[in-house]
Design a protein around this ligand. Structure first.
Ligand code: TXA
Ligand code: MG
Length: 318
């Protein structure tokens, strides 16, 4: 087990030495190291068992600092940054040389975000470098939304877990890049597309294209529980199998199924609440004495798109 606490001085000390610390963010917990230190970045890949071609997001606490790391800031990128940072938005921007190629897997753009979590912002403010941080889960597994999740899987491998409570948003940041200065969404996430479009107008969605080298993290078995997950249209589950099946339902419990085998994302049908619960409920179902998990798609408004995206990527593929 890693030492767990909420002391940013301890976290800072480990990070200054090039060691890794798990950090709370409003989206999911991150596995953080000094983004400007090749060795720290290498250990992130190692601890996560992550392929080196899958680049990392850097985190910092102010727009001013971001300017040290990126060489261009298109107008629409700046408008989004102004409106949504700190928050669940990651921007892909041309990197300055100071950002190691290891961080971007050799790409010209660096992914950057200012997260919205008071404890983490305080830590970032106290650090003389940005933090590279992927989600703090072994590669391919469900992202962690509290310190316990991190400890369960990576506890043996990291120096310290900075405990900032439950991640409020519950799914990863929305990733936005730019083509000819026009925004393109490469990963659906905790900031709804509608909100982005209110600021910059219609955006292109390219979250799944296999011909899209800009999102190498979009691999098949991402976000997956250990138990096989099967997906169904809303309200249309096959009958029976309760003893061996866990159910992830959107807003209504299934009457014929024992409650202990069910998790309900949001009784009031609230998309933010559903996103907040998604990963921790998948984890809970994954630890029940069952053989499979069934989930229903959620409606497509707000964060519903991102929730269905995660379900699809966690599900068994034909
Ligand atoms: O909410 C989040 O974004 C969390 C918290 C910890 O900030 N982080 C996170 O990181 O989800 P990770 O590494 O699990 O996912 C980052 C995604 C990957 O799919 C990666 O391929 C993509 O961002 N990415 C990172 N840098 C990139 C770049 N330079 N160009 C294109 N895609 C990039
Ligand atoms: Mg991840």
């Amino acid at each position: 087990m890693a030492i767990t606490g909420n002391d940013i001085d301890i976290a800072k000390e480990f990070l200054l030495k090039g060691e890794l610390v798990a950090i709370p963010t409003e989206t999911v917990y991150g596995l953080a190291g000094n983004a400007l230190n090749d060795n720290a970045v290498l250990s992130i890949f190692e601890v996560k068992n992550r392929p080196a071609f899958d680049p990392l997001i850097i985190h910092t606490d102010s727009l001013e600092k971001v300017q040290h790391y990126v060489s261009d800031f298109p107008e629409k990128a700046f408008a989004l940054a102004k409106r949504f940072w700190p928050g669940p938005l990651t921007l892909l921007l041309p990197k300055k040389q100071i950002i190691p190629d290891l961080v971007t897997s050799g790409l010209d753009n660096v992914a950057v975000r200012i997260p919205n979590h008071p404890l983490l912002l305080e830590l970032l403010k106290a650090l003389p470098f940005p933090l590279a941080a992927p989600s703090a889960n072994p590669f391919g597994y469900i992202s962690p939304t509290n310190a316990g999740h991190v400890n369960a899987q990576l506890g043996e491998k990291i120096a310290y877990i900075l405990d900032g409570g439950e991640s409020e948003v519950g799914i990863e940041s929305t990733i936005v890049g730019f083509e000819n200065d026009e925004p393109v969404v490469y990963r659906l996430g905790g900031l709804a597309v509608e909100e982005i479009e209110e600021i910059v107008g219609k955006v292109k969605l390219m979250p799944h294209s296999s011909s899209n080298p800009k999102a190498p993290g979009m691999l098949k078995s991402h976000y997956a529980p250990r138990k096989p997950l099967y997906l169904y249209e809303r309200g249309i589950f096959p009958a029976g199998d309760d003893e061996i099946t866990g159910y992830l339902v959107f807003d209504k419990y299934l009457e014929s199924i024992d409650l202990k085998y069910q998790r309900i994302l949001s009784k009031s049908g609230d998309m933010k609440e559903a996103a907040h619960n998604l990963f921790s409920y998948l984890r809970e179902l994954d630890t029940l004495p069952i053989q499979q998990i069934r989930a229903e798609f959620v409606p497509l408004n707000g964060l519903g798109l991102a929730i269905n995206d995660r379900l699809q990527r966690a599900a068994v593929k034909d």
